[in-house]
Design a protein around this ligand. Structure first.
Ligand SMILES: CC(C)(COP(=O)(O)OP(=O)(O)OC[C@H]1O[C@@H](n2cnc3c(N)ncnc32)[C@H](O)[C@@H]1OP(=O)(O)O)[C@@H](O)C(=O)NCCC(=O)NCCS
Length: 201
């Protein structure tokens, strides 16, 4: 999906100093993806951060379908999520860890996933943050960085799906330039999934 690569020592101070202030898109072919905004770094997940993913799973809204929530037997466990970070490229070059630069904590993910909705090469924007950091503009800031990354990677259009009840997510999509399409996916149990898209990036 997105260019992969040589490991960037994002935590190295020389590298940090080399980054320009507002936003840097580090998706150079052959190098690992690192995006920087004024408050955030978006970069590959580390195995030790599976606990953050587990917290996201634990906190999910009860209206979200069960396959995206911790099941009655406690799955996925932290160990299972660690395995996923180790083996699934999604966590290194798709859904990036969102790290706050000031506190150096990971607060969720933002990135691109393959989509079945549009044409080939038109991925979906996805984001999810820990509840304790909501309403501080982080999802908007991270999404703008991902949009710039998508543009510079050659994508011309993105998609996003959101449950109709998800006001915060719909607001974020509107703020970063997505518009609602006429297409909806109605689920008899969980409600209506709305489809959003960008104009040409
Ligand atoms: C969606 C999500 C990532 C937003 O993160 P965030 O960092 O709080 O987003 P931002 O602060 O950048 O923007 C949120 C916007 O929604 C608004 N908002 C948040 N909750 C709202 C609510 N219940 N009703 C109305 N507006 C709401 C905020 O006021 C803000 O808009 P504003 O800047 O115009 O005031 C976060 O709520 C989340 O992780 N939700 C669960 C996962 C999810 O829904 N992911 C998306 C799946 S498509």
């Amino acid at each position: 999906m997105i260019g992969r690569t040589k490991r960037t020592p994002w935590h190295d101070s020389a590298f940090t100093r080399a980054m320009v202030a507002a936003m840097t898109v580090g998706a150079v072919p052959g190098s690992e993806v690192v995006l920087e905004t004024s408050r955030l770094l978006l970069r590959p997940w580390r195995v030790a951060e599976a606990v953050v993913q587990h917290e996201l799973w634990t906190e999910r809204d009860p209206r979200v379908p069960p396959h995206r929530r911790i099941d009655a037997d406690g799955h996925p466990t932290v160990a299972e999520l660690e395995g996923s970070i180790r083996t699934n490229q999604l966590w290194s070059s798709g859904l990036l860890a969102v790290e706050r630069k000031a506190s150096r904590d990971v607060i969720g993910y933002c990135g691109l996933v393959d989509s079945e909705r549009g044409s080939a090469g038109e991925p979906e924007l996805a984001f999810e943050l820990l509840r304790r950091v909501w309403r501080q503009g982080y999802a908007t800031e991270a999404s703008l960085a991902v949009l710039e990354w998508a543009r510079s990677s050659g994508y011309e259009r993105l998609w996003a799906t959101v449950w109709d009840w998800n006001t915060a997510s719909r607001r974020v999509l509107a703020k970063v330039g997505f518009t609602e399409t006429e297409r909806k996916e109605v689920d008899a149990v969980y409600g209506t999934n709305l489809l959003f898209t960008t104009r040409r990036l």
